[in-house]
Design a protein around this ligand. Structure first.
Ligand code: HEC
Length: 135
């Protein structure tokens, strides 16, 4: 009986760790600490709509500040949105991924490229793994 109880308690202690590992929210990147909004009032109407979709979809596993404060080339964004889309339970369809990419590419060219020093270059996979290992 005691052994069974121990197993149940040890098992339930593990659950938060399993959930954190799945969501990817356990690592804080430098980008996460920056601003969490973009002033899109001067952006074309369809891109303002894509921004709303982006905010709704890309904050599921980490802060929305993370993509808002990361600089990448257009090609890198294209690859990165696909990489995020293909994570388990991303909840992002191909069509939605394309709309989000259009916002990110426009935002890159019209906001981030004008002041690249205010933002962060994407961390390499190795750098992210190092941060994860520190936890
Ligand atoms: C299913 C969970 C999930 C969703 C949804 C998600 N991400 Fe991520 N994101 C992650 C994880 C986990 C990482 C850490 C790196 C890795 O494991 O690929 C990450 C890292 C990032 C980074 C950091 C890149 C770097 O190297 O510094 C950016 C930028 C990013 N995501 C953008 C986005 C965008 C844009 C979207 C919406 C299209 C999105 N994410 C949706 C899980 C997610």
């Amino acid at each position: 009986m005691q052994k069974l109880l121990c197993t149940i308690i040890a098992g339930s202690l593990c659950i938060p760790f399993i959930l954190a590992a799945q969501s990817g929210s356990n690592v804080v990147l430098p980008q996460d600490k920056g601003p969490d909004k973009v002033d899109v009032s001067a952006y074309p109407a369809d891109l303002q709509k894509n921004y709303k979709l982006f905010v709704g979809k890309c904050a599921k596993c980490h802060t929305i500040a993370r993509p808002i404060n990361t600089v990448m080339s257009r090609e890198e964004w294209s690859r990165y949105v696909k990489r995020m889309m293909h994570k388990p339970n991303s909840g992002i369809s191909d069509a939605q991924g394309k709309e989000i990419f259009e916002f990110l590419a426009y935002d890159q060219a019209n906001r981030k490229d004008k002041d690249p020093k205010s933002f962060f270059k994407a961390l390499s996979d190795e750098e992210i793994e190092k941060l994860k290992a520190q936890h």
